[in-house]
Design a protein around this ligand. Structure first.
Ligand SMILES: [Ca+2]
Ligand SMILES: [Ca+2]
Ligand SMILES: [Ca+2]
Ligand SMILES: [Ca+2]
Length: 300
């Protein structure tokens, strides 16, 4: 059942249309065929035979830090997890939804820079999003959401036999949600992510509730003054490492479950002060100069 939420639901035709993807609709009926069950052990044997490296690997991200096969990127985690969709959503007061940065322009007045860094053992990937107010006026209620829909061992056991667990506690202004992405008209995490209104619930919290796991973590950043910068770091880990005080770990369930897990976490770095106005900076420099001259005189 879709969660009660103060915004358009995933069952709205336009929204469901927006989430159409041919591969996702093959799941209708949710039956796993005998062929799939037989394919499990065979695929496991093939995976073991080829003994792939355990690591995170990826091709180039989008300029604003989006990726996954839906966005034309190759992005794998561990031996058998693959990212279907990595979206970054940036919004502010005055717009109903945030901009999906895979396909939509950064909201007017804001700018973003993105970088990705892999740990030396390739087990942890840190994605850094620096959001700044490039305009001359304050921008209210800025929010940023990182949305991740990955699949574990999909060729062996599908993408809808998965669940997620959370650890730790949310930071002030931080929110999260785990749910089915909306392709099946069941979950609302994608719509909530786009609206910047994650509801801090996990609808797929154990193997009995397994489905297509999608995870989102958001920060409501408040007002961003002119020149202000907010930096959000996201970590995707194959060995349960995390940053910040809260993490979500996605796992596989059922008879042919993979042992691969994917841990999603993030933190808001210390808020930068706005860059001083040129006038103020000049005054400050002049003050230093005067102080320096006085010091030189008194030393003489
Ligand atoms: Ca690690
Ligand atoms: Ca799976
Ligand atoms: Ca939900
Ligand atoms: Ca998924």
């Amino acid at each position: 059942m879709p969660d009660a939420a103060p915004f358009p639901s995933a069952s709205s035709p336009a929204r469901r249309g927006a989430r159409f993807h041919p591969r996702r609709w093959r799941r209708v009926g949710r039956t796993i065929s005998v062929a799939t069950i037989l394919a499990g052990p065979i695929a496991v044997a093939l995976v073991l035979a080829s003994s792939p490296a355990t690591a995170i690997s990826f091709t180039d991200f989008g300029a604003n830090g989006t990726g996954g096969t839906l966005n034309g990127q190759g992005f794998t985690v561990g031996p058998d997890a693959e990212v279907f969709e990595l979206e970054a959503i940036l919004g502010h007061a005055g717009a109903t939804n945030g901009a999906r940065l895979s396909s939509e322009a950064v909201p007017a007045g804001l700018s973003i820079t993105f970088s990705a860094m892999l740990s030396s053992d390739a087990s942890d990937l840190t994605l850094t999003y620096a959001i700044s107010n490039a305009s001359a006026v304050a921008i209210d209620d800025v929010f940023f959401v990182s949305y991740l829909d990955a699949e574990i061992a999909e060729p062996i056991n599908t993408f809808f036999n998965e669940y997620a667990t959370t650890t730790g506690s949310l930071a002030p202004g931080q929110h999260f949600e785990v749910d089915e992405p909306g392709f099946a008209g069941v979950g609302d995490v994608y719509d909530n992510a786009v609206a910047g209104l994650l509801d801090d619930t996990n609808a797929l919290a154990n193997a009995a509730a397994a489905d297509d796991v999608a995870m989102a973590i958001a920060w409501r950043l408040g007002q961003l003054p002119p020149g202000g910068i907010e930096t959000i770091e996201i970590m995707i880990s194959e060995d349960r490492d995390a940053i910040g005080g809260f993490a979500i770990t996605q796992a596989d369930a059922g008879p042919h479950a993979s042992s691969t897990t994917l841990t999603f976490s993030g933190r808001r770095l210390v808020t930068s002060q706005p860059i001083p106005e040129p006038g103020a900076a000049l005054l400050f420099a002049a003050g230093l100069l005067v102080a320096g001259c006085r010091r030189a005189r008194s030393d003489a």
